[in-house]
Design a protein around this ligand. Structure first.
Ligand code: C2E
Ligand code: CA
Ligand code: CA
Ligand code: CA
Length: 284
């Protein structure tokens, strides 16, 4: 028993082993999964805080794995980024989402305000074909660039030089909206915002969570208030994510946020759900 300390580093962690094995298995299965059509997209509505209307949806990819069931993006996007598969996978997500947007726009009463938000990983951002691929996908689908919003995380743009921003600028000039995702988590220089071709700030869920307590933390309220007023003074719209309760929605509306997304309105779901929501919105 006394020598037990000596071999403590040899103790196996079966869970860690299982995780590593799964990670390896998932990584090697990724390319075939794309060919076999195992990925699918769920859509979560974006709701205008002022009038409650549905203004669009965010596309969120999932993997229906033959053994493990439905896997969320946190399980495989990092692996896809590591292996480079994120480029064809991201292109597939963009193509599907843009086609879906055309359908919604055809049915939605306020079509020109209805947008599809698609996440862009840092690898896609630096890929030389980003602009051309996006243009091709929009043209093939017959969808106007202003129907598309690309979400880029704040951390992907920290310290971004002009070479990295050039493709985003070109897309923005064409009319594609660029949103700064997970804003408030990346320690970016607020003054830097002016330099970025973004038109929307997506406040990170951590801010929404701090609105859960009543009364909310006064410092957090001040911070959100400050971000919203800075954003608006720079002509940026503010979207909040992770809204789970009516109280949060009301607080964020009072603070001046423009659009919200979260379980309070709807969980991510199949595209038919959006038809219902948008149509319900259009008729009453
Ligand atoms: P994200 O872009 O921050 O997306 C929001 C995440 O919050 C989604 O998780 C969504 O399901 C979840 N969510 C929505 N409403 C609520 C709420 O009220 N409460 C809580 N607790 N969570 C909520 P999901 O679908 O697991 O996606 C995770 C991340 O994976 C996304 O975070 C995004 O960064 C990434 N991702 C998803 N789809 C894609 C994609 O097609 N391409 C790339 N590159 N990344 C993607
Ligand atoms: Ca996002
Ligand atoms: Ca986000
Ligand atoms: Ca997030």
């Amino acid at each position: 028993a006394k020598s037990a300390g000596g071999n403590r580093f040899e103790l196996a962690d079966p869970e860690a082993d299982a995780r590593a094995i799964t990670r390896h298995g998932l990584t090697t299965a990724l390319p075939a999964a794309l060919d076999r059509g195992e990925f699918f997209i769920e859509y979560q509505p974006l709701v205008h805080l002022g009038d409650g209307s549905v203004r669009g949806a965010e596309a969120l990819v999932r993997w229906l794995h033959p053994q493990h069931g439905v896997l969320g993006p946190d399980r495989f996007i990092p692996l896809a980024e590591h292996t480079g598969l994120i480029v064809p996978l991201g292109r597939w997500v963009l193509e599907q989402s843009v086609r879906q947007a055309r359908e919604w726009r055809a049915r939605h009463a306020d079509a020109e305000r209805f947008r599809i938000n698609v996440n862009l990983s840092p690898c896609q951002l630096t890929h030389p074909a980003l602009v051309q691929d996006t243009v091709d996908i929009l043209e093939r689908a017959g969808v106007e660039p202003d129907a598309l919003c690309l979400e880029v995380t704040e951390s992907a743009l920290i310290g971004a030089d002009d070479d990295l921003l050039k493709p985003l600028r070109r897309l923005a000039e064409m009319g594609v909206d660029i949103a700064l995702d997970d804003f408030g988590t990346g320690y970016s220089n607020l003054a830097n915002l002016r330099r970025l071709p973004v038109s929307i700030l997506k406040l990170d869920r951590s801010f929404t969570q701090s609105m859960q307590q009543f009364p909310a933390d006064p410092v957090d309220l001040k911070i959100v208030e400050g971000i919203v007023s800075l954003a608006h003074s720079l002509d940026l719209a503010v979207t909040v994510e992770g809204v789970e309760t009516g109280a949060q929605a009301e607080q964020l509306r009072i603070l001046g946020c423009d659009t919200a997304q979260g379980w309070y309105y709807a969980r991510p779901g199949p595209p038919e759900r959006l038809h219902q929501l948008a149509l319900a919105d259009a008729t009453g």
